[in-house]
Design a protein around this ligand. Structure first.
Ligand code: SAH
Length: 467
């Protein structure tokens, strides 16, 4: 991934002072997961181009995770777009390579700090964000940038393959070097969906510091904040509150954790459901437990409180959910002993996975309804045939109960990502079939308060395997 900045400011060499980078030297800074090279590919009387070339080692990324003590948090992504797209790596490189300029300091020529200069920027590549080109414009144009976006083809030898999801971004503006670098520092990772390091409280400080003087009045400040903090609502909210200096935020209540009555009811139902699942797991006598589709780790938190569980593993297909889980569990602050009890890893319940083997119990809470019905058979084999824990506690919504949610129209599922919702008879028939096919006993129970003719909000099957 490469960032080129050209200025026609004269004398162009003055800019080298602001950047603290001599135009005749190639410099390299070490990053935790690769290197950044800084050089000037073009230099003339009238213009100067600076390049920041990032050389990211995807293997080092995985190793890097281990070194930082979080080897349980396996990101088994050796093949990914990280080396090629501008992301939080670029911000780290900018901060490391141009620390003084980013902080508005220039020892030798302090008068240059406030000097606005004409800049042309080229970044290859930017991963197309949700919102596409229009989002890119909404982020940069309010700050005075002229924006041009080039969509890259997947492979120029095979034009029929069409466009890739990557853009080359061109920006033009007349501003100070500090403003330019701080805009890039904040906005490049907001265009990316992933962060290579774990998002925590310090990120708020960085965002507010680098956004000083411009983020507060940016029309997209909410989007920027939320994306920068990768949609961790509690962090975004704190940051936005500080940006608005305590003004009350006009935001969708549910978006900010101020729950509506229906949502409060759902939350408390979910809490009870998880409590029940934890009780069943305790009663099973299991010491080692898998939480499949663990989401943000609500059940994991409950299980950690019980010493009976010596090994607890949370699995989810969504890396974002795992990041949330890691934060909510306060994983980074855990004692080494506590860390040994918990493992989080990314995986899909549709594929056989050795890591799922050897556990005494598994929980699958409100997950199967997120799977495509024609993939259920694959899931059954993964769990009941390959992983094969002695106890499996599985829950799913009871469709009959939907009539009690005022906000739900007939025939609509409770959650937009649900692929199906079963009534009690359908669930029982599936559960019995699975038990029979894989040699488990099954017991079915309602979850939550039961209503006449309708049943409870959720339903639970407890599968046990002989011996
Ligand atoms: N069990 C959690 C989360 C339920 S939401 C709780 O009760 O709070 C469903 C979760 O299943 C989501 O986090 C989703 O990312 C995950 N999921 C969906 N399909 C999956 C799959 N194929 N493999 C693993 N996890 C999956």
């Amino acid at each position: 991934m490469i960032l080129n900045i050209t200025t026609t400011y004269a004398p162009a060499t003055d800019w080298g002072y602001v950047l603290h980078k001599h135009p005749d030297k190639l410099q390299t800074v070490e990053l935790s997961m690769g290197e950044a090279h800084i050089f000037y590919p073009q230099k003339s009387e009238t213009s100067l181009t600076l390049s920041l070339l990032l050389d990211i080692d995807p293997i080092e990324m995985v190793r890097g995770n281990k070194k930082s003590g979080s080897d349980n948090f396996a990101l088994a992504h050796y093949v990914n777009d990280r080396p090629y797209v501008a992301s939080s790596f670029m911000s780290v490189a900018i901060a490391k390579a141009f620390a003084s300029a980013l902080n508005g300091k220039c020892k030798e020529r302090p008068e240059l700090v406030a000097q606005e200069m004409p800049f042309e920027v080229m970044i290859a590549s930017v991963a197309a964000p949700k919102g596409g080109e229009s989002l890119i414009r909404r982020l940069f144009e309010p700050l005075g940038y002229e924006v041009r976006v080039e969509r890259q083809v997947l492979d120029d030898k095979f034009p029929e393959w069409g466009a890739s999801k990557y853009y080359i971004l061109h920006l033009k503006n007349k501003i100070t070097t500090q403003a330019l670098l701080s805009h890039l520092y904040v906005l490049l990772p907001t265009l990316d969906n992933d962060k290579h390091y774990f998002v925590n409280q310090h990120e708020i400080e960085k965002l507010l510091q680098k956004g000083e003087g411009w983020l507060k009045n940016h029309p997209e400040k909410e989007q920027i904040t939320k994306r920068y903090l990768i949609n961790l609502t509690s962090l975004s909210r704190q940051a936005l509150e500080r940006l608005s200096e305590g003004e009350l935020l006009e935001a969708e209540p549910n978006e900010w954790g101020l729950l509506s009555e229906t949502e409060k009811r759902k939350e408390s139902l979910h809490e009870k459901r998880l409590q029940k699942v934890a009780e069943v797991l305790l009663a099973s006598g299991a010491n080692t437990v898998l939480d499949l589709g663990c989401g943000e780790g609500k059940l994991l938190r409950k299980l950690l409180k019980h010493k009976q569980f010596t090994q607890i593993a949370g699995v989810d297909v969504s890396y974002q959910e795992l990041l949330k889980a890691k934060e909510k569990l306060h994983y980074d602050e855990m004692s080494p002993k506590q860390k040994e009890r918990i493992t989080l890893f990314q995986g899909s319940l549709m594929y056989q996975d050795e890591r799922l083997k050897g556990f005494e119990a598994a929980a699958v809470v409100e997950v199967i309804e997120h799977l495509e019905p024609n993939r259920l058979a694959a899931f059954e084999r993964v769990l009941f045939e390959n992983a094969k824990p002695q106890t499996i506690v599985l829950t799913t919504p009871n469709r009959e109960y939907n009539v009690t949610w005022e906000s739900l129209e007939a025939g609509i599922f409770r959650h937009s990502d649900h692929r199906f919702e079963w009534n009690r008879a359908e669930f029982a028939s599936w559960a019995k079939g699975v038990a029979q096919r894989y040699g488990y006993r099954v017991e079915i129970a309602p979850l939550g308060e039961e209503l006449e003719n309708i049943g409870a909000p959720s339903q639970m099957a407890i599968f046990t395997h002989g011996n």
